[in-house]
Design a protein around this ligand. Structure first.
Ligand code: NAD
Ligand code: DAU
Length: 358
């Protein structure tokens, strides 16, 4: 068994993709919980990266933001050496399925080649450490699509990715696994279900619906709206990753899920009802009147469901937020943070929106 990072404190942790949705929630979680740790964020600030997500941390003395690409090997080498990094929490990725259908190139570059570059840099750097860990944050989409009667994905479900996005994540998972087996590099993979919560970029289902309700725009539901996702509140995901970093075993995979399977159309109805209740003066009320069924996503996976028994029984983690509680908090967040999302509806975003929806 390779040594991992268990109980080592203070850590020097590199968080890639820390200006994105889950990454920035994780950076806040980590800085609050481990104030003595040295926290370095490496993020290329693509369309999905947003420094406003980290604004409150910029003055912290043991926090440093580096704008850069995970595929830039000299830069990664320099950060690992200079900052004596012992833990990498790797979130950086192209993450949106619809964009991977429009243009897969960036997904191959960042998700596969970028992860490979980080692994190679960590392999060179690891002998300088007493203990270390490479945590690779991945997705349940690598397991493919479930039928309604199928059991939820476990860590031994065969990989069957269906989109360029999930294929690129599957490929990176295989590389991470291989670096443990071949080079004895201490790596852990987590595969989690759909996250939601604060700082979620507007292109994804939940923020897109919240924002369109507030703007009185149609709510585009793909296909028949019967696709199922297993929703995980992002702060529950952060606590799962914290547990895995502290207690997980090198070479292992842990599934992370929210035990909240919901059909898309039911989720959109819940969001409409919450907005009707919480938002003053909506342009269209009841908001359900905005629901519009549109052309399906090509290759649209029908159902995802995660079995997280291993993480629960071996490491003692449990999700704490129900989908009803989490959606209420999320709707309030989008209502109270209009200035955060308004600037993201940029020309680039409008052009993307037109390509997918119009
Ligand atoms: P996101 O798209 O919101 O953020 C990705 C971040 O990575 C952005 O800040 C972006 O600027 C940065 N980035 C992109 N390419 C980069 C590069 N080449 N170099 C450096 N930084 C780069 O993504 P997210 O939703 O926060 O997802 C984070 C991770 O979690 C991803 O690996 C994703 O596959 C995985 N994941 C996400 C979900 C989900 O529901 N969002 C579920 C399961 C797994
Ligand atoms: O399962 C984990 C994955 O969850 C992550 O790996 C991805 O990074 C993340 O983007 C997410 O992928 P999905 O494709 O499931 O999420 P998205 O929010 O794009 O869509 C959720 C569901 O809603 C899906 O069935 C497609 C549907 N949908 C989505 C959008 C954007 C619609 O019906 N209409 C929409 O406009």
């Amino acid at each position: 068994m390779s040594p991992n990072n268990q109980n080592k404190s203070p850590r020097h942790i590199l968080i890639t993709g820390g200006a994105g949705f889950i990454g920035s929630n994780f950076v806040h979680h980590w800085c609050n919980k481990y104030p003595d740790d040295q926290v370095i964020v490496l993020d290329a600030l693509t369309y999905a990266g947003n420094l406003n997500n980290l604004a409150s941390l910029q003055e912290r003395k043991n926090f440093r933001f580096v704008k850069g690409n995970i595929g830039d090997r000299p830069l990664v080498d320099q950060i690992l050496a200079e900052e004596k990094i012992d833990t990498i929490a790797h979130f950086a990725a192209e993450s949106h399925v619809d964009r991977s259908i429009l243009g897969p190139d960036a997904f191959i570059q960042t998700n596969i080649i970028g992860t490979f570059t980080l692994l190679e840099a960590f392999r060179k750097h690891y002998p300088t450490l007493e203990k270390g860990l490479f945590l690779h944050v991945s997705t349940d989409e690598v397991y493919g699509s479930l039928n309604p009667e199928d059991a939820a994905f476990t860590e031994t479900t065969a990989y069957a990715p269906n989109s360029p996005y999930s294929a690129s994540k599957a490929s990176s998972d295989h590389l991470v696994r291989a670096y443990f087996h071949t080079y004895n590099l201490p790596t852990i993979i987590t595969n989690c279900s759909n996250n939601y919560g604060p700082y979620h970029f507007p292109e994804k289902l939940i923020p897109l619906m919240c924002i369109n309700i507030l703007l009185g725009k149609p709510l585009p539901v793909y296909g028949d709206g019967q696709n199922v996702r297993d929703w995980l509140y992002v702060l529950d995901h952060c606590s799962a990753l914290d547990t895995v970093i502290n207690l997980g075993k090198s070479g292992e995979t842990y599934n992370v899920g929210g035990n909240n399977e919901v059909k898309n159309i039911d989720l959109v109805n819940m969001l409409c009802d919450l907005m009707d209740e919480l938002a003053p003066n909506l342009p269209v009320q009841p908001a359900r009147e905005l629901i519009t069924f549109v052309k399906d996503r090509p290759g649209h996976d029908r159902r995802y469901a995660i079995n997280s028994n291993k993480l629960q029984s071996e490491l003692g983690w449990n999700p704490t937020v129900t989908v009803e509680e989490g959606l209420r908090e999320t709707v309030k967040w989008y209502l109270n943070n209009r200035q955060w999302w308004e600037v993201l509806l940029s020309e680039e975003y409008q052009a993307y929106y037109q390509k997918v929806y119009e």
